[in-house]
Design a protein around this ligand. Sequence first.
Ligand SMILES: *[C@@H]1O[C@H](CO)[C@@H](O)[C@H](O)[C@H]1NC(C)=O
Ligand SMILES: *[C@@H]1O[C@H](CO)[C@@H](O)[C@H](O)[C@H]1NC(C)=O
Length: 446
Amino acid sequence: MVMSVRMAPPLPLIVLIMIHGACSQTENVIYSPSHICALKNSSVIMSCTYTYRPGHWIRNVFWTKTLEKVNGEHPDLSKDPEYSQRLQYLGDKQQNCTIRLSHVTMKDSREYYFRFITNKQKLLVFTGEDKWIGKPGVSLTVTDLQVESPERVTEGDSVRLTCKSSCTLTDRATFIWYRNSQLVTTGIIGNQLILWRVSREDTGRYSCGVYGHSYRSPAVQLNIRYPPENPVLSISPSGEIVSGDSVTLICSSDSNPPAEISWFKGRTFVGSGRIFSISKISSDDSGEYKCRSINEHGEKYSDAVTLNVMYPPKSISVSISPSGKIVSGDSVTMICSSDSNPPAEISWFKGRTFVGSGRIYSISKISSDDSGEYKCRSINKHGEKHSDTVTLNVMYPPKKVSVSISPSGEIVSGYSVTLICSSDSNPPAEISWFKGGTFVVNDDSN
Ligand SMILES: *[C@@H]1O[C@H](CO)[C@@H](O)[C@H](O)[C@H]1NC(C)=O
Ligand SMILES: *[C@@H]1O[C@H](CO)[C@@H](O)[C@H](O)[C@H]1NC(C)=O
């Protein structure tokens, strides 16, 4: 039965279809296109045409955003405070129902309908009305733009950034890209930006937009990882360093992610962190320092920097050569040893009298007059120090031997007479008396 209808439909059914078709064409709304994807803040044209029954007059046309009625009618979009400023009817009261909606927001995403109301007339007499809503309506989707970038980018990688919208833009879009708000001119393919073999200079905030539109996507930070650059070591204070000073060494090295810094004195690890502080520096801290900067992409060493700590003289001492007994006529050398930076000036004193300068004080043919207490003084711009006193005791044979008789003058028998032998020597001499060539007596008392 069904088969036979398809193959040869009875004539009344065909007529019925034709009549119905003719009727449905009299009232109609066509949206073209019926789905619109628009960029946030852009102006959207909703193209629309309509037809109404012959013998009718258009009384009212408007757009609405709902199929529900309020007080018996669909609310007019042009009276909606959220739309009234942005909505412009470009059509007419014949067949064109196009509107423009400007500065669209995400909240505008929904379906919109065109409605018209006609007066039915017969021979210029009002005979009723006709109301029509064009449904389904035109659906509007408003999209923003989002930059999609890879999580992790290392120098040398090629990077693909994508400008994403939630729907495919209805108007043909030419994408534009910004890096730190500056227009990027190369590497744009469709909605993508291709960065070929990135370097750290490509680091920045990237955003995208569409040519002819002011809207821009939020910026996305492209974070490019790279190994440390050669670290630079600086010392504070920058000038001369004196023992007791507080000294700070700073290691600067650009890297991403931030590097771990280690400190070395010579080849010995002494600390870590960007700043290495020595609160009360001493001469022991003098030496060559360098820092090492290391992250997962590589490591680098700074040049070595020499820390030269200045200090006043310390541990001063005097040594005498020869070390034993000194006999007049000997050559005697005294050496003043003192530790200081810079090297000290050395002065020699006998008692309180300045006698010479230089680390070594020599007396080539020593005499008894050179006996005495000596000391040296070591002085540089940071301070001075005196050595302990050393005593030079010069031995010498008797000299100036003389005999005196007391009382002087005429000697009378029976009187006492004293003979005194004077002699200078070191150590004190033994005195012996002779009468003529004959030994008389030893004198221990003197
Ligand atoms: C409807 O009107 C708009 C604005 O005046 C115009 O751009 C469009 O071409 C018209 N559409 C038709 C089908 O006439
Ligand atoms: C929206 O567009 C207008 C011009 O059409 C522009 O002046 C304004 O800055 C835009 N706003 C945003 C947030 O892009």
